[in-house]
Design a protein around this ligand. Structure first.
Ligand code: NAD
Length: 420
């Protein structure tokens, strides 16, 4: 019998064989619906063995012997093999979407111990670009790649078996369809939550003390203080919506400033309470001078900050969103800013960010009137989804992504798999 994981491994590798398809030399997966590792008869090999032979061609791995029924007894990962297959590694071809230069350099370095075949795409994954994934058993995406049902069906038809998102959040992936199609989805569950928590605190300091305005003023020789007055943080009440990993670290830092910290969450965290956090019900938002969002975007949390929520907040309170754009009804926030109900807003995420963020649009006319309106306010700060962007966090994100693909390729359990 083939060892556990062999069929999965083989099924994942057949898409590498695009160049053999036209030759008519091998039996393709359509004729091997189970993608088993059976030898199908003279002149025809199933996808699994074609996969192994192909690997042999590209890496020098000795092709495993077939037993009488044509089933290989040798898991490719176990074979004595040259670089790429050593230490239990099974190289895999990974299509990396939305790949930025800073990621490519680091991924190439980290991949030295994984030996995967990395192919980078600048473009976002979406209906028009899904065909690029054909032939990649694994793809990696980021927060603004649209991995909806339609895209999943396209990439699954092209042979993709694993989607690895280089993020914690996974609201951009249709998990139900992925499950139906047998496409595994992994994320980066744990990477420096401090990176995001510290950034949220930075946004509060800049917004409250108007450091962004002071920076621009002094560069132009204007040393006036008019319009730059803020408030002391000590003694203020900070509401944390979502007291998970990031929310709890954020709460600890704010408690360090001498703030009272109140929390909203569907689950209570002993750690949050340990640092002095107090859970309140929805009415508690009326107490807060600052509201910071740290929950995931789900159908339940969509527009959790609505016109109604904003109306219940303390007049002049600050709103910070480093979580997901869809948590805030942006049009309602603009109205609240115009009326003065909202004292200021700092967002690192924006509901329509997919067409804007991670791009240099400085030489173009931006057609999104909402973001243009937002950046026109002196009391609004917009950053382009950079809260995670520290050396430590990026290193962990990319290493975890490569390690997840290595586990998948070798048939090992997936520690970071998202299951429904
Ligand atoms: P986490 O899973 O540790 O914490 C999320 C918390 O939200 C959990 O305690 C959960 O119970 C709570 N929650 C879920 N539904 C809720 C609801 N309806 N109301 C209130 N609370 C609810 O996640 P985390 O690592 O702390 O990350 C939080 C979010 O931060 C992520 O989902 C992601 O969207 C965002 N994020 C942003 C960046 C960035 O660069 N801007 C980077 C990483 C993560």
């Amino acid at each position: 019998m083939a060892p556990a994981g062999h069929d999965r491994w083989a099924a994942m590798h057949w898409p590498r064989l695009g160049e053999h398809r036209d030759a008519g030399q091998y039996q393709m997966p359509s004729a091997c619906p189970k993608r088993s590792s059976k030898y199908l008869g003279p002149g025809t090999l199933c996808c699994a063995h074609v996969g192994l032979m192909h690997e042999s061609a590209v890496s020098g791995l000795e092709y495993p012997a077939l037993s009488q029924d044509g089933v290989s007894d040798v898991h490719p990962a176990a074979a004595v093999a040259p670089a790429g297959f050593q230490n239990g590694n099974v190289p895999m071809r990974i299509g990396i979407f939305s790949a930025k230069n800073y990621e490519r350099t680091l991924l190439d370095e980290l991949n030295a111990s994984h030996h995967h075949d990395l192919v980078y795409f600048d473009t976002l994954l979406g209906p028009d670009t899904a065909s690029l994934a054909a032939g990649f058993p694994a793809i990696s995406v980021f927060v603004n790649d649209g991995v909806d049902g339609n895209v999943l069906r396209q990439i699954a038809a092209g042979g993709t078996k694993l989607v690895a998102t280089r993020s914690t959040g996974f609201n951009h992936i249709d998990l139900k369809t992925a499950k139906e199609l047998g496409v595994a989805v992994v994320r980066v569950t744990n990477y420096s939550p401090n990176s995001v928590a510290e950034f949220a605190v930075g946004l509060i300091l800049v917004l409250n003390r108007k450091i962004h305005r002071a920076y621009n003023r002094t560069r132009e020789g204007n040393f006036e203080l008019d319009g730059l007055m803020g408030f002391d943080l000590v003694g203020r009440t900070v509401a944390v919506i979502g007291t998970g990993k990031i929310g709890t670290i954020f709460a600890r830092i704010m408690a360090g400033f001498g703030c009272s910290v109140i929390g909203f969450d569907v689950h209570r965290s002993p750690e949050f309470q340990h640092i002095g956090g107090r859970y309140v019900d929805a009415d508690g938002i009326e107490e807060a001078d600052i509201v910071s969002l740290h929950c995931p975007l789900t159908p339940e949390t969509y527009h959790i900050v609505s016109a109604r929520t904003l109306g219940r907040m303390k007049k002049g309170a600050l709103l910070i969103n480093t979580s997901r754009g869809g948590l805030v009804d942006t049009e309602a926030a603009i109205e609240a800013l115009k009326s003065g109900q909202l004292g200021g807003m700092a967002i690192d995420v924006y509901e329509q960010e997919a067409g804007l963020f991670f791009k240099d649009l400085s030489s173009t006319v931006i057609p999104d009137d909402v973001i243009q309106r937002l950046v026109s306010f002196p009391n609004v700060i917009v950053t382009g989804h950079q809260a995670f962007f520290t050396r430590e966090a990026l290193g962990t994100i990319l290493e975890t992504t490569l390690a997840s693909v290595s586990d998948f390729a070798a048939g090992r359990p997936l520690a970071n798999e998202i299951t429904l």
